[in-house]
Write a protein that binds this ligand. Sequence first.
Ligand SMILES: C[S@@+](CC[C@H](N)C(=O)[O-])C[C@H]1O[C@@H](n2cnc3c(N)ncnc32)[C@H](O)[C@@H]1O
Length: 270
Amino acid sequence: MSTPAWISGDIPLDRPNAARMYDYFLGGHHNFEIDRTAANQASSMWPDMPLVMRVNRAFLRRAVDYISAQGIDQFLDIGSGIPTVGNVHETARRSNPAARVVYVDHEPVAVAHSTAILRDVPGTAIVQVDARQPEQILAHSEVSRLIDPDRPVGVLLVAVLHFVPDDDEARRIVATLRDALPSGSYLAISHGSFEGLPRATHDRVAGLYERTPTPFRGRARAEIERLFDGFDMVEPGVVNIPLWHPEGPDDLMLDRPAECAGFCGMGRKP
Ligand SMILES: C[S@@+](CC[C@H](N)C(=O)[O-])C[C@H]1O[C@@H](n2cnc3c(N)ncnc32)[C@H](O)[C@@H]1O
């Protein structure tokens, strides 16, 4: 498979990729045959999967709205993905046109497409850093340029920490960010879980992600709660994703929230 013209440089297309599968699930076009095949296999194992991706995306919008309503106008979106409808700067700028956003992803297609989209959008940037290197994120020149370290920040780890299989590493990422953030900053997390899914379905879907560069690790709700150590939880705490500040029919799966097999929550640094 050759690399398409809209990407500069070589993209490894020998394996499916979680960012591009997510793009496909959301109806995007920045994915390849190998990604679509894997995504279709995942959907055949778990037919709700495309819906669950939209459930997660709706949480991202509600989380940004909530954080913006607290007066926060600078965001760090880690594991930001391939830009699609409802990007963080678009959502944040509905209430504050001056909001600034640094997007972070390690996947070359996500970075290439974000670069193209954000080129003419002042106050935004995309940086290619691995979330497992939070020190590098915090020290990045684009972060220094766009984020004032003395004012609260909204940090988003939305649908990314389940791609960090090691528990200690996941906790260290959050702790490093927490320690660097000023008081009054907010952290939003959404995270896949095996709770709510038959274990066999979870294991088969997780088996598919073993073929990608980012194996999937569902976590129990209690483990996801522990990621918020050192934060004051925003009500209602860590809940199934549709149940976090639902607003209406766009927040899908409200009638069977546990079946989304994912939890989310938000914390405020005291
Ligand atoms: C499911 S998408 C979520 C995108 C967006 N946050 C959202 O919720 O709509 C997961 C993203 O995390 C990225 N990702 C996975 N592991 C990562 C890592 N170690 N460092 C940075 N990004 C990572 C993937 O490349 C992908 O773009």
